[in-house]
Design a protein. Structure first.
Length: 317
C-alpha cells in the first residue's frame, strides 16, 4: 500500500487501496503464534505497510520460522478512506459485552463487520494451536515523538517488552475501555501495542518493522542471531535514548463530546510525545476554559485529530 499515491475524495479524506484482511500467513511449524494487527484506526496505515513488508521479506528469503505469523489489517473501510473510523472506534469495542452483542444483533456500523471478521481470523488461527499466542498491535500518532510500547499486566509479567529497546508505558492499556490488546491479553495471551511515531511517515513504518523483527526473535519465532535483529535493535535504540526505560500512567484527559477540546502548542510548536511538562502548564482549551496539567511528567499522544482522549501524562516508574 503506497501512501504517496493517495488522492482525496470529494469529502476531503484520503483514498487508498483497501488492503486485504490477511496481509500474510506464514506457517513455520511448531512454535508460538504471533498475530500482528495494523490499521485498527484507518488514519494509521503505517502498521499495515510494516506488516506487509515483513511478510514479503520473510516469504522472499530462506529465513526459517519456528512458529506461525498471521498479519491482519484492521479497519479496512476506514483505511481505504484514511479516516480514524466510520461509525465507531474499532479499538474501543473489544469488551465481552461488545462481542456478545455481535452475535445477537445485526451490524449497525461498518466496524461491526470488521470486528466480526477479525474475530473469525483469531478463532481460526487459535483453533488447535497448543503453543503460546501473542498479539502485536501497531499504531501511530497524530503528533511527532519517539516510538514507545504500551504493555498490560500479562505482557509485563511475561517480559514481552524486554525484547524491544523502547520506552514502555504501563497502566495506559487498562484505562482504554474496549482496547483490542486488553481483550486478547485477558483471553488468549500477552498483547503489546507498539506506537511507532507520527502517522503516515516512512520512519514510523521503519520503527514498526524493527519492532516486529525484535519481538519475533524474542518469542522464539526467529533466530536471534539473524543480522536483521542486530540492525533493528540498533535502529530502535537510537530513539528516545535520553528517556527513562519505563513509565507509569499518571493522568488521562478525556475529551467529552460538546466540550470542543483543542490541543495547544508550546512556543508556537505542537506538543510532541514525551515532551516534559510541568504541573499547572496550560496544555489546551475547551468550552470550560484552559486545560492544565495536574502533575509534572511527560505528555504522551497529544491529540491533533479526532478522538476521545485529549492527552495522556506519564511519570517515571
Amino acid at each position: 500500500m503506497n501512501v504517496s499515491s493517495n488522492t482525496p475524495d470529494g469529502s476531503g479524506t484520503i483514498v487508498r487501496p483497501m488492503p486485504p484482511r490477511v496481509l500474510g500467513h506464514i506457517r513455520g511449524g511448531p512454535g508460538p503464534l504471533v498475530v500482528i494487527v495494523g490499521g485498527l484506526h484507518g488514519n494509521e496505515p503505517d502498521g499495515v505497510q510494516a506488516a506487509t513488508a515483513l511478510i514479503d521479506l520473510l516469504q522472499g528469503s530462506d529465513i526459517p520460522c519456528a512458529g506461525t505469523i498471521l498479519a491482519l489489517s484492521g479497519n479496512r473501510p476506514a483505511l481505504e478512506r484514511g479516516i480514524r473510523f466510520s461509525g465507531r472506534d474499532l479499538n474501543r469495542t473489544w469488551t465481552h459485552a461488545g462481542i456478545e452483542r455481535l452475535g445477537e444483533e445485526g451490524d449497525t456500523h461498518l466496524e461491526d463487520r470488521e470486528m466480526r471478521e477479525l474475530l473469525m481470523e483469531f478463532d481460526q488461527a487459535l483453533d488447535g494451536h497448543d503453543g503460546p499466542a501473542y498479539l502485536i498491535d501497531l499504531h501511530s500518532t497524530s503528533a511527532e515523538g519517539a516510538p514507545f510500547a504500551i504493555m498490560g499486566p500479562r505482557c509485563h509479567a511475561e517480559g514481552l517488552g524486554t525484547g524491544v529497546p523502547l520506552p514502555a508505558v504501563r497502566g495506559l492499556q487498562e484505562r482504554l475501555d474496549g482496547a483490542l490488546t486488553s481483550w486478547f491479553d485477558e483471553v488468549h495471551g500477552p498483547a503489546m501495542v507498539v506506537e511507532g511515531g507520527k502517522s503516515c511517515t516512512p520512519q514510523t513504518v521503519t520503527n514498526h518493522l524493527d519492532a516486529l523483527w525484535l519481538l519475533l526473535a524474542h518469542v522464539g519465532v526467529l533466530d536471534k542471531s539473524l543480522p536483521q535483529i542486530a540492525a533493528a535493535a540498533a535502529d530502535l535504540a537510537a530513539h528516545g535514548s535520553e528517556l527513562p526505560a519505563s513509565f507509569q500512567l499518571a493522568h488521562v484527559h478525556h475529551s467529552a463530546p460538546g466540550e470542543g477540546f483543542t490541543m495547544g502548542r508550546r512556543n508556537g510548536r505542537r506538543y510532541h510525545t514525551f515532551d516534559a511538562i510541568r504541573k499547572g502548564e496550560v496544555l489546551g482549551n475547551d468550552s470550560n476554559g484552559p486545560v492544565v496539567s495536574p502533575v509534572d511528567g511527560w505528555i504522551v499522544m497529544p491529540l491533533y485529530q479526532e478522538g476521545e482522549e485529549g492527552f495522556f501524562i506519564v511519570t517515571e516508574g
